[in-house]
Design a protein around this ligand. Structure first.
Ligand code: FES
Length: 111
């Protein structure tokens, strides 16, 4: 089974099982990761905002226009921001690493 890693806001990393076909949001919820996802994947909020590790960003299917529109409202938007509910796990994404938004600074500082 593929794995993915979440980087928490305090900089700690958590590697979890990432079943194919589940969204990053669903995987986060299964593992008690603090990612809200208020609209449960219907592209009506931006609370599932995650920051993709730059090495992985290009590997993802491109964001739809609707996703881009919601992302514009996300707090702490970055160049590699995506909505977690729109990223569906595939075999190719084994090893995907995403950070929760408030953790960006930690990631940059390598802490
Ligand atoms: S959960 Fe609302 S847009 Fe992803």
């Amino acid at each position: 089974m593929p794995k993915m890693t979440f980087i928490n806001t305090d900089g700690t990393r958590l590697e979890v099982d990432a079943p194919i076909g589940l969204s990053v949001l669903e995987i986060a919820h299964r593992n008690n990761i603090d990612l809200e996802g208020a609209c449960e994947g219907s592209l009506a909020c931006s609370t599932c905002h995650v920051i993709i590790d730059p090495e992985w960003y290009e590997a993802l299917a491109e964001a739809t226009e609707d996703e881009e529109d919601m992302l514009d409202l996300a707090f702490g938007l970055t160049q590699t921001s995506r909505l977690g509910c729109q990223i569906i796990m595939t075999e190719e994404l084994n090893g995907l690493t995403v950070a929760l938004p408030a953790g960006t600074r930690n990631m940059m500082a390598g802490e």
